[in-house]
Design a protein. Structure first.
Length: 141
């Protein structure tokens, strides 16, 4: 993981400002969205794994509620700005045979659905190709 993080840091353009926030995603979006042309969150899956670890003694329902509450707060914090969320679609793989794996897969699906519901535009990337899932509406929200 350290090697992967180092590679990502090296590949970023030098003019990008990097903020690494493991848990308080909505607070970070709120703090930085007005100071940039575009804010990129990479990635929701890593954030969700951090949240899951931080709340590892919580029930599945409590964890789901915490994740959905944070996703709603992210949407509110981003209002009026340009935010891109990167996430993984873990529901397209095998169903994990462990409770923890299935719970995380379900939680990621809920977080992705919440983000997509609030988003103006949604793309899925497959083999490096963008597939438009939710086009920009001509009506304002």
């Amino acid at each position: 993981m350290r090697s992967r993080i180092a590679r990502h840091r090296r590949e970023r353009p030098s003019h990008w400002k990097t903020v690494e926030e493991p848990l308080s995603l909505a607070s970070a979006v709120h703090e930085h969205i007005r100071n940039c042309d575009l804010l990129l969150v990479d990635c929701l899956t890593l954030w969700l794994s951090n949240l899951s670890w931080e709340r590892r003694t919580a029930s599945v329902d409590e964890l789901e509620q915490a994740a959905l509450t944070e996703m709603t707060a992210v949407a509110r914090a981003a209002a009026g700005g340009r935010l891109v969320l990167v996430t993984n679609e873990v529901g397209c793989s095998l169903v994990p045979d462990t409770f923890l794996g299935r719970s995380f897969q379900n939680l990621q699906g809920l977080a992705n659905q919440s983000a997509a519901r609030e988003a103006d535009v949604v793309y899925q990337m497959v083999a490096g190709l963008p597939i438009l899932l939710k086009p920009q509406s001509t009506q304002s929200k």
